[in-house]
Ligand binder design. Structure first.
Ligand SMILES: [Zn+2]
Length: 285
C-alpha cells in the first residue's frame, strides 16, 4: 500500500501541466543571484527568485506561490548563509526529493556575523551573509553556480563554461575599476546603518562601521560614540539600504553635519550596483 501511494504521488507530480515548461527552472534566494545565473546560463535556464524586492533576506517567509516554483526547480542555488535558507532546506527536501540544494558560498572565507541583524542568539546568522557584495567572493560563487548548472543541465556545459570565462574577465575588470576608484580615498571608514559591506570592506581595505548592532537600533550611548568617531575621522556620509527605515541614519547625519546616501545591495543589476556603491563611497573623499 505504501509503495502504491508513493507511485501515485510520483504520477501526480509527473502529470503537472507546468512541469515541462519548468524543466529548466532553478531557484535562487535573492535578486543579485539571478544576475549571476543569467550571466552564466546565457538565458538557458529560468530563474525563480525567492526574496522579493523591498523585503529583507534575513528571516524571510517564502510565499506559497514561490514554494510551488521551488518545488518544481531542479536546483536551489542558495547564498548558503541566510537563516531562512536553513529553515526551508528541510521543508523543501520533504516536498521535492529531487531538488538539489547547493551552497554557492562554498570556498568563501566567511566573516563572523556577530554584529548582524537577527543575531540575538537563537536567530543568529553565524556568519555575515552579504558575500555577493564583493567581486572576489562573487568569483567563487560563479564557480559554484557553473558547477551546479553543469551537473543539472550537462547538455549545455560548453555554453555555460564559455559564458563563465567571459563573466570572470568582466568581474576582474570591474574589481580593478573599483580598486582604482577607492585608491585616493582618505576616509577609509564606511558608516552604514545595516552592515552589508563587510566583504566589500575586507576586499578593498576599508572599515565598516554599522549603526545597527545585533540587528537592533542603536542606543543613545552607541549613537554618541559614533558621532564622536565621525567627527574624529571626518566622516560625513551615512549609508543606508533602501528597504530600511532611514530615521536613525537621518538623525545621525544631522548630528555629524553630513548626509544620508541610499544604496541598493539587492539590486538585480549587480555590476551596475557595485559601481554605484563604489562611486558613492568614493564621493566621500
Ligand atoms: Zn543584510
Amino acid at each position: 500500500m505504501k509503495k502504491f501511494i508513493y507511485l501515485l504521488v510520483l504520477v501526480l507530480f509527473a502529470c503537472q501541466a507546468k512541469k515541462k515548461e519548468n524543466a529548466n527552472m532553478v531557484s535562487v534566494s535573492i535578486l543579485p543571484q539571478k544576475y549571476l545565473v543569467d550571466q552564466i546560463s546565457g538565458g538557458l535556464v529560468r530563474v525563480n527568485v525567492l526574496v522579493m524586492p523591498g523585503s529583507s533576506p534575513h528571516n524571510y517567509e517564502v510565499l506559497p506561490s514561490q514554494m510551488k516554483a521551488l518545488a518544481q526547480s531542479k536546483i536551489w542555488l542558495q547564498i548558503g548563509l541566510l537563516t531562512f535558507e536553513d529553515a526551508w532546506k528541510v521543508k523543501m527536501a520533504e516536498i521535492n526529493k529531487n531538488l538539489v540544494i547547493a551552497n554557492t558560498s562554498e570556498g568563501i572565507l566567511p566573516i563572523a556575523g556577530r554584529e548582524h541583524e537577527g543575531s540575538s542568539r537563537e536567530h543568529a546568522e553565524a556568519f555575515d551573509p552579504h558575500v555577493w557584495l564583493a567581486p572576489a567572493e562573487v568569483k567563487i560563487m560563479a564557480g559554484n553556480i557553473l558547477k551546479n548548472l553543469t551537473l543539472a543541465f550537462p547538455e549545455n556545459a560548453p555554453v555555460f563554461t564559455a559564458n563563465y570565462s567571459r563573466f570572470i574577465l568582466k568581474i576582474d575588470s570591474l574589481s580593478e575599476q573599483i580598486a582604482q576608484e577607492l585608491k585616493p580615498l582618505k576616509t577609509r571608514e564606511i558608516l552604514i546603518f545595516h552592515p552589508a559591506l563587510a566583504y566589500y570592506a575586507r576586499q578593498y581595505g576599508l572599515e565598516q562601521i554599522p549603526l545597527e548592532l545585533d540587528g537592533k537600533e542603536p542606543s543613545p550611548k552607541y549613537m554618541k560614540e559614533i558621532v564622536d568617531l565621525a567627527h574624529a575621522k571626518n566622516i560625513h556620509v551615512v549609508f543606508i539600504q533602501k528597504e530600511f527605515d532611514p530615521a536613525f541614519a537621518r538623525q545621525l547625519s544631522i548630528e555629524i553635519g553630513g548626509e544620508v546616501v541610499i544604496i541598493d545591495p539587492l539590486d538585480v543589476k549587480w555590476e551596475k550596483q557595485m559601481l554605484d556603491i563604489t562611486h558613492k563611497i568614493a564621493a566621500q573623499r
